[in-house]
Design a protein around this ligand. Structure first.
Ligand code: ADE
Length: 248
């Protein structure tokens, strides 16, 4: 079972997320355990403060090292596996599917969420193993990024999604976006489902899906193709699509 600890000043934000849908099911089935710790409880300051003014002056406050170091010590005291200690920060490495796969293989993840303010540099240097960002924008805290990462990691754990095969066809998992999908009816207001999907011919269906997956990636996320090993046939298709685009 994967152990997931979150260190946050706003633990209530996590209740809805951990107690609904797939994450709740994962916990109920003992595939993952979620625990949120309010690190204010670990502050040795008599007013339970967790931040202070920056040395050298300037605007804003800085999270102090002590409550976070003590909170990490606390959640790792009984731990068997060496945890990944992950700091939520817009300065971190960009989180993506590949990172989700990497984290899904760990036994214990600790997510540290700051709020409004900066981190004392000693937290970055001596407490955490990773610094991750969910994108080039700044949020009011690390709670939403932690939820995003936890959701995408937990759905990859074996047995979490009902259909074992479903994460395999996901967008990104093979380096391409997912192909278009259709369901009944075959004709909706004159808008028809591609013939091949109704044919029952599995090989042709697979071939169509792969080509459409590639086409969609070419149209929407050509950057993903930079690292994708293209076959000669695939290069030819892309050439054709490029020509078609030029000719309007
Ligand atoms: N904290 C604030 N903004 C963030 C972001 N984009 N990613 C991760 N943590 C954050």
């Amino acid at each position: 079972m994967m152990q997931i600890d979150v260190l946050s000043l706003f633990p209530d934000m996590f209740t809805g997320v951990f107690q609904s849908s797939i994450l709740k099911k994962a916990a109920d089935n003992d595939l993952a355990s979620f625990h949120v710790t309010d690190y204010r409880d670990f502050s040795l300051d008599k007013h339970h403060r967790v931040d202070d003014y920056p040395y050298g002056g300037g605007a804003g406050m800085v999270l102090t090292a002590q409550p976070l170091f003590d909170a990490v010590d606390h959640v790792t005291a009984q731990a068997k596996a060496k945890p990944r200690v992950i700091l939520m920060t817009p300065q971190g490495e960009r989180f993506d599917h590949q990172k989700a796969v990497e984290l899904s293989k760990e036994e214990h993840l600790i997510f540290i969420c700051g709020h409004y303010e900066g981190y004392d540099e000693r937290i970055r240097e001596h407490l955490v193993t990773d610094e991750l960002s969910i994108g080039d924008y700044v949020l009011t805290g690390g709670e939403l990024p932690a939820m995003v990462m936890i959701d995408s990691v937990v759905r990859l754990l074996p047995g979490v999604l009902g259909n074992e095969a479903s994460p395999i066809a996901d967008s990104f998992s093979n380096g391409l976006l997912e192909h278009p999908q259709y369901t009944r009816p075959a004709d909706f207001r004159g808008m028809k489902v591609p013939e091949v999907l109704l044919s029952g011919h599995h090989k042709n269906i697979e071939a169509w899906r792969h080509k459409e997956s590639l086409r969609r990636t070419f149209e929407r996320r050509p950057d993903l193709l930079e690292n994708y090993p293209l076959s000669e046939q695939e290069k030819q298709w892309i050439n054709d699509w490029q020509q078609a685009k030029k000719n309007g």
